[in-house]
Ligand binder design. Sequence first.
Ligand code: ATP
Ligand code: MG
Length: 240
Amino acid sequence: MGKLIFVSSGKGGVGKSVFAANLGAVYGERGLRIAFVDMNIGLRNLDIYLGLENNVVFDTADVLNGVVTIEKALVRDKRFQAVWLLATTQRRDKFTASEDQIREFYKALKEKFDMVIVDGPAGVTAEHKLASLSADVAVIVTTPEFVALRDADMIDQTLRARGVGRRVYVVNKVNKYFMSTGSLPSVERITGIMKIPLLGVIQQDDAIHLSANKGIPIVCQRGNYIERNFNKIADRLLGY
Ligand SMILES: Nc1ncnc2c1ncn2[C@@H]1O[C@H](COP(=O)(O)OP(=O)(O)OP(=O)(O)O)[C@@H](O)[C@H]1O
Ligand SMILES: [Mg+2]
């Protein structure tokens, strides 16, 4: 049975989808069987970050409404041995699944894959609750600013109340200069605010942004510091 990693955040735009794409790419490079599931219902993004937008025919709503099987809706990322994407629907009104249906859907994916990486929506919404069901580990992504940290802590409390026992966080878009001058909260300050383990810190870097927009997770460029950092994050995550 595979593990379901739920990528979440309080504030939007903190880098969940880019993080999810790179994490899955690291595991994909290692030969693990990975399924990405975009659960940002109505606001599909992950297909673009993976460069698969032209290959998507069916989506989560088609699967959950019984139009096609999961196998039919999965799009293969041919850069890897066994990495697949299930894109989300762009029509919110088409997505009418119940909690039990989502649990069954995730269970079927966990039976087929080593890891199911769910890219969730920002904030505490009904869609967020659905997306978080059956999560084995939640990775809460935040940026190093007080508003994002407060919202990340709120998401952490919400997920804990929902029974997600294993929760870690990542600080993304870190600018060491602003941290060192005290203009943004330091890592020490952040660890004082968050109550869960810190999985890793990712620099703000135009290379991450530009590569994502080309549909290439930056970790596919072997040997740079970002790839090494993501590999360490991926190693640590396996321990949860
Ligand atoms: N470490 C980083 N350095 C520079 N830019 C980044 C980094 N991480 C993400 N970005 C950029 O930040 C923007 C938001 O990223 P992304 O779409 O992954 O956020 P999100 O949390 O998934 O957003 P949403 O809440 O809308 O789903 C994108 O333009 C992306 O390229
Ligand atoms: Mg996103």
